[in-house]
Ligand binder design. Structure first.
Ligand code: FES
Ligand code: FES
Length: 154
């Protein structure tokens, strides 16, 4: 089927099987490889992107759900010259270790701050609990989310 949707503010039209996951469309059809494949079954959060402003697992969203949708990926959150506040806080707090989970962590954190500008530790832990990190960066993630919240005025 033909899907017309927007990714990072740019219009795209792709011909794909109706059940193809958004994750594969992003990575294999559009070349946006910042969004990672971890488990494929909604258990790790590595594939987190925003769909119409909400954090979703791209491995679980099918092409047929994307008609007219607006998708935001890590490539569109900020630019190297103008990082999103969450990205800047991640750099300041040196959050990443191997880095594999981090684009998903950042997209989840950005969605959290959109809804909850000044989250408590408990709210951060609850919002981020579906994003796994084998490197154990959780304390730095929490610190960076607080820093980004301050920067954004929360
Ligand atoms: S790859 Fe989507 S949640 Fe793990
Ligand atoms: S930084 Fe390595 S899995 Fe999270």
């Amino acid at each position: 089927m033909k899907i017309e949707f927007s990714v990072n503010g740019a219009a795209h039209s792709v011909e794909v099987p109706e059940e193809m996951p958004l994750l594969w469309i992003l990575r294999d059809r559009l070349g946006l490889t910042g969004t990672k494949y971890g488990c494929g079954i909604a258990q790790c959060g590595a594939c987190t992107v925003h769909l119409d402003g909400q954090a979703v697992r791209a491995c679980q969203v099918q092409a047929q759900e994307l008609q007219g949708a607006e998708v935001l990926t890590i490539e569109g959150l900020g630019t190297p010259e103008a990082l999103h506040a969450v990205q800047a806080a991640w750099v300041e707090h040196q959050v990443a270790q191997c880095g594999y989970c981090q684009s998903g962590q950042i997209m989840q954190a950005a969605a959290l701050l959109d809804l909850t500008p000044s989250p408590t530790d408990a709210q951060i832990d609850a919002a981020m609990s579906g994003n796994l990190c084998r490197c154990g960066t959780y304390p730095r993630i929490r610190a960076a989310v607080h820093a980004a919240a301050s920067k954004l005025g929360g």
